[in-house]
Design a protein around this ligand. Structure first.
Ligand SMILES: Nc1nc(=O)c2c([nH]1)NC[C@@H]1CN(c3ccc(C(=O)N[C@@H](CCC(=O)O)C(=O)O)cc3)C=[N+]21
Ligand SMILES: [Mg+2]
Length: 285
């Protein structure tokens, strides 16, 4: 039997619809969420993501600005732009697409963004707030995964949750959100011993590795939920970290790539930007 596909495109369309409704209501109070997206250099995958973010802004009725800066942009120039955006009242959210070119410090960029406009939730202030469970913004990819789980009535409470990958962007915050929901969480990485055995214990397995066909059927427990956060290219075709066809026969629920976590990530960015706009306007939920 094949797994139930967790349809991130469908769930996204629904959530974006409700965001648009709220944006239309906010319009009457003179509030319009605004997002600035910065991209430095010409990375083709990043271009696709940024285009998808612009499209999502349109769908949600947001004001948006895009800054496409050349590869040679200096760190000083980039930080100067961020400083301007921090002070721009039309802008509620600032996202600088990562990775940035090697001559620019990623942490310096993250640290420069006003925490109240940090819709990625990458700033140390927001990371700390997430850790203590008192946050304004949730990191987009992990939040998207949580919303997908909720949509399909999959409750992490008391379950074995295994996250493969320990990045600041996905693995670490993913583990924290599952922990907040009372999952029993294990974080695996490249130095983990007995990786297959650990993964095969998972009721909920989240793969954020960045390697094609990394998760094979022997790593998956019968009836598990498998979330594929991978965004890889194989012969130019987009694919995740999971061997879809074989895992499909073993898992109960599985996210596709594309059409799974990716669209949810962007939808959560929209949610954070809406939240930022409300906070900036002094509107409580
Ligand atoms: N500051 C920052 N924030 C991010 O949130 C961020 C980032 N940098 N750098 C790169 C990663 C990756 N990411 C994706 C967003 C959407 C899709 C997406 O829309 N995926 C579509 C298909 C995309 C395609 O066709 O290539 C899907 O899965 O269906 C993928 C990946 C956000 N990231
Ligand atoms: Mg505004």
């Amino acid at each position: 039997m094949s797994a139930i596909r967790m349809d991130g495109k469908m769930v996204s369309a629904k959530v974006r619809g409700s965001i648009l409704d709220e944006v239309n209501r906010l319009k009457e109070r003179g509030v319009r969420p605004g997002l600035a997206v910065i991209i430095v250099g010409e990375d083709p995958a990043s271009q696709v993501y940024v285009r998808n973010k612009e499209r999502a802004c349109e769908e949600c009725g947001f004001y948006s600005e895009k800054y496409a800066l050349p590869e040679e942009t200096t760190q000083e120039q980039l930080l100067g732009l961020i400083d301007e955006l921090n002070r721009n009242p039309r802008i509620d959210g600032i996202l600088c697409q990562l990775p940035v070119p090697k001559h620019i410090s990623e942490q310096a960029v993250i640290d420069a963004i006003d925490p109240s406009k940090d819709v990625d939730a990458f700033h140390p202030v927001n990371v700390g707030k997430i850790m203590v469970g008192n946050f304004d913004f949730l990191p987009c990819t992990p939040a998207g995964v949580m919303q997908l789980l909720d949509e399909y009535n999959i409750d992490p409470k008391g379950k074995n949750c295994v996250v493969i990958g320990r990045s600041n962007i996905v693995g670490k915050p993913m583990a924290m959100l599952l922990l907040h929901r009372h999952g029993t969480v294990t974080i695996c990485h490249s130095r983990t011993q007995n990786l297959k055995e650990v993964c095969a214990q998972a009721d909920i397995l989240v793969a954020a590795v960045g390697k094609v066909d990394f998760v094979t059927a022997d790593m998956v427990k019968e009836g598990a939920t498998v979330i594929d956060v991978g965004m890889n290219r194989k012969n130019g075709k987009l694919c995740g970290d999971v061997c879809f066809d074989e895992v499909n026969e073993k898992a109960a629920y599985l996210t596709p790539v594309p059409g799974g976590v990716g669209p949810m990530t962007i939808t959560m960015l929209m949610k954070n930007t809406l939240k930022a706009a409300k906070l900036h306007a002094g509107i409580e939920d």
